[in-house]
Design a protein around this ligand. Structure first.
Ligand code: PEP
Length: 249
């Protein structure tokens, strides 16, 4: 059976002390069984939050990482550094990284391979922008993001991944993909994975929806057959909302 996952991407929000308090509140409030709850704070918070999460059910993710190991890469953070702080997951290919920092599918593929090599679980984000949605080209965009970003992995490596479908037009806009729109793309992703690898690989893959997901719409989204949880932005900064979303299965 595939995992139900709710992951919170804090982006560049909160000061370290505020982040530690938020993490503590989430730990205290979260008591849902059978759901993996993950938080992805900024790099500067990870050391302190890692301590807050000891002996808790809440898992730690980074929002990004370098594709290199160590060395002269000013401003970068390596997978090994994250791993040494008990980080388990890393978000790779968020649309903000793709668009503001020009991270291409091939750069993302290199990051994913590096993450896997140090034992981090990548949460690989795919999704189309508004123009691609309106022109009806979104299946092609997602197909390319899968083919160039992750389909070079062996079946064994691929089976460790989590995928997040995040239509760019729904991120931080308050405009959510309808459950039917989201399910259509999730089913497409699962079918592509089944065709590329094996049916069991696709059946065991957790595919998260991201884009203005909140307590009021999470239940309907998560009730869809191929939606296994959410990658949450804005609503992840409020402990009550975030924990409530995790109760929406
Ligand atoms: C995100 O950035 O991954 C996201 C889904 O943001 P929001 O929930 O705020 O739309």
């Amino acid at each position: 059976m595939r995992k139900k996952i709710v992951a919170g991407n804090w982006k560049m929000n909160t000061l370290p002390t505020e982040g530690a308090s938020l993490a503590k509140e989430i730990v205290e409030k979260f008591d849902t069984k059978d759901v993996d709850l993950i938080i992805a704070p900024p790099f500067t918070h990870i050391g302190a939050i890692s301590k807050v999460l000891i002996n808790s059910q809440v898992k730690l993710s980074a929002q990004n990482m370098a594709k290199e190991d160590f060395g002269a890469f000013t401003g970068e953070i390596s997978g090994e550094m994250l791993k040494s702080l008990d980080v388990e997951y890393v978000i790779i290919g968020h649309s903000e990284r793709r668009s503001y920092y020009e991270e291409t599918n091939s750069i993302l593929f290199a990051k994913i391979r590096k993450a896997l090599s140090v034992g981090l679980i990548p949460i690989y984000c795919v999704g189309e922008n508004l123009e691609e949605r309106e022109s009806g080209n979104y299946f092609n965009v997602i197909k390319n993001q899968l083919e160039d970003g992750v389909f070079g992995l062996s079946k064994e490596d691929f089976s460790k991944l989590v995928i997040a479908y995040e239509p760019v037009w729904a991120i931080g806009t308050g405009r959510t993909a309808s459950p039917v729109q989201a399910q259509e793309v999730h089913a497409f992703i699962r079918k592509m994975v089944g065709d590329k690898y094996e049916l069991s690989t696709s059946e065991n893959l957790s595919i998260l929806y991201g884009g203005s997901c909140k307590p009021s719409n999470a239940k309907e989204l998560f009730s869809k057959e191929d939606i296994d949880g959410g990658l949450i932005g804005g609503a992840a900064l409020n402990a009550n909302d975030f924990v409530e979303i995790a109760k929406s299965f």
